[in-house]
Design a protein around this ligand. Sequence first.
Ligand code: HEM
Ligand code: HEM
Length: 183
Amino acid sequence: MPMLNSPQGYGSLTKALHWIVAALFAVQVAAGLVMTRLPDESGTARDAIYNWHKTLGLVALAVALVRLWARRAGELPPWAPGLTVLDQRIVHHAERGLYLAMFVMPVSGFVYVMAGGYGVLFAGVLALPNPLPRWAWLALAGKWTHIAGALLLAAALAAHLTVVLRHTLLHSHGLLRRMLPGQ
Ligand code: HEM
Ligand code: HEM
């Protein structure tokens, strides 16, 4: 299987990064929802979750950059057989939304914590330099963009999974196989 996408199918790099991002996003959304609901008394445990949320979010940003490069460097495979014109439109818009979320989520989170003066202790050991001034309005804009981005992500992911699962389970078109190793 070639590393980059080709008319024969998705490349190994796209497939590997797709599942790494899916796992990272599952962890990030779960951590985000849990940590913001923990009581103040949770102290260091809550701080640790915040720290790992910030760290993995920045790792996800780096992965998204490589992924975008891989998508541009290769040639997209043709549409999967069996997709209606409406399905193709949904897939196209959902993928744009997902790519947008892959950048909006980490960047808005970063802006929020840096402009808010909270900072990032990367992997619990490295305090990242803060390139932003301490501006409350910018922090608030970052925070609300982060929350709006999570809603965008949820909508795009719901559309993405609806098409993938419907065509995999109901129509047996093997859509899921296109993103699995060895195809
Ligand atoms: C893959 C990337 C990311 C995803 C999917 C993600 C997702 C989320 C979600 C779902 C929430 C909960 C929102 C709420 O219920 O209020 C959240 C909160 C938060 N995230 Fe992220 N996040 C990502 C990256 C980051 C990064 C890179 C940072 C900082 C460097 C960050 C900082 C925060 C902070 C500080 C909160 C708490 C916001 C609040 O107080 O309401 N996130 N995130
Ligand atoms: C369990 C969750 C997921 C499943 C089962 C899944 C499944 C798939 C499948 C089967 C394809 C290939 C569609 C085709 O043949 O054209 C695909 C493509 C794609 N998926 Fe997912 N996906 C999941 C989660 C995600 C997440 C979390 C993201 C992004 C945040 C994402 C972003 C994409 C993108 C952008 C593509 C187009 C190919 C590319 O440029 O990378 N998926 N997905």
